[in-house]
Design a protein around this ligand. Structure first.
Ligand code: 13P
Length: 255
């Protein structure tokens, strides 16, 4: 089963509107002629509509970095999935470790968001990953399993685990630190995640769902990571803010 690679840029809380537009235009120009690779950017909310226009017909997918689990209502400061769709998003990143650690998002909260996203027709990119402390204590697989069980809690009963849903393994110790998981370390966890999908849902779904790796992905390490059997793409922070670096990631097959 062929899974189309996805290179996704999570811009986090960075870039002016002008810089964002320039970046996405340079990415669009740089990826021309690339076949068989999907490209996505996740700008801050305030840039989404403008970036959607700047994307034009270059084929870059647009994602929100977060959303509320409610559709509308008295939730000052929040943004709903339907609003993301109105701004041109097809995807939404949910459960990023920065949301979990800095904004107290629990797997239970993420579970509600993921469910709403799928019901709205937004493709969720669901992030999971262990801290350094958890890895050193030998708890990586327990943590990943618990995050999967809790963040996708309602999926089985409601048949929401669609082949288009995306998971992202982002070891917290590798995010923004320059420390990448080795391809073997990442592959080991990706395989574990795929086996969990198979056990919880079915083999067909497990073979179709894409699992991205995130954490200090750079032009120097992307090809080795992407050569692993269960790594289907990258969720990129720092290197997604520089057009030349991000285009090299998109062109990983050429490196
Ligand atoms: P870095 O690529 O900067 O390590 O960030 C990874 C990340 O958090 C993507 O969501």
């Amino acid at each position: 089963m062929e899974r189309r690679p996805l290179i996704a840029g999570n811009w986090k809380m960075n870039l002016s509107l002008d810089d964002s537009v320039n970046l996405v235009k340079e990415i669009g120009a740089g990826m021309s002629g690339v076949k068989g690779v999907e490209v996505l950017v996740a700008p801050p909310f305030t840039a989404l509509s403008t970036i959607r226009q700047a994307i034009g017909d270059s084929g870059i997918f647009l994602a929100g970095q977060n959303m509320n689990s409610e559709i509308s209502g008295a939730y000052t400061g929040e943004v709903s999935g339907r609003m993301l769709q109105g701004a041109g998003c097809t995807h939404v990143i949910l459960g990023h470790s920065e949301r979990r650690a800095l904004f107290n998002e629990t797997s239970e909260v993420i579970d509600l968001k993921v469910k709403t996203a799928v019901l709205l027709g937004l493709i969720p990119i669901i992030c999971i990953g262990e801290t350094l402390e958890e890895r050193e204590a030998g708890r990586t697989f327990d943590v990943i399993k618990e995050q999967l069980n809790l963040s996708l809690h309602n999926f089985k009963a409601d048949e929401l685990m669609l082949p288009s849903n995306i998971l992202a393994y982002e070891p917290v110790w590798a995010i923004g630190t320059g420390k990448t998981a080795t391809p073997d370390q990442a592959q080991e966890v990706h395989l574990f995640i795929r086996k969990w999908i198979e056990g919880t849902f079915d083999t067909k779904t497990a073979n179709q769902v894409r699992i991205l790796y995130g954490g200090s992905v750079k032009p120097e390490n992307v090809a080795d990571l992407m050569s692993q059997a269960d790594i289907d793409g990258a969720l990129v922070g720092g290197a997604s803010l520089k057009a030349d670096l991000f285009v090299k990631l998109i062109r990983f097959k050429e490196s």
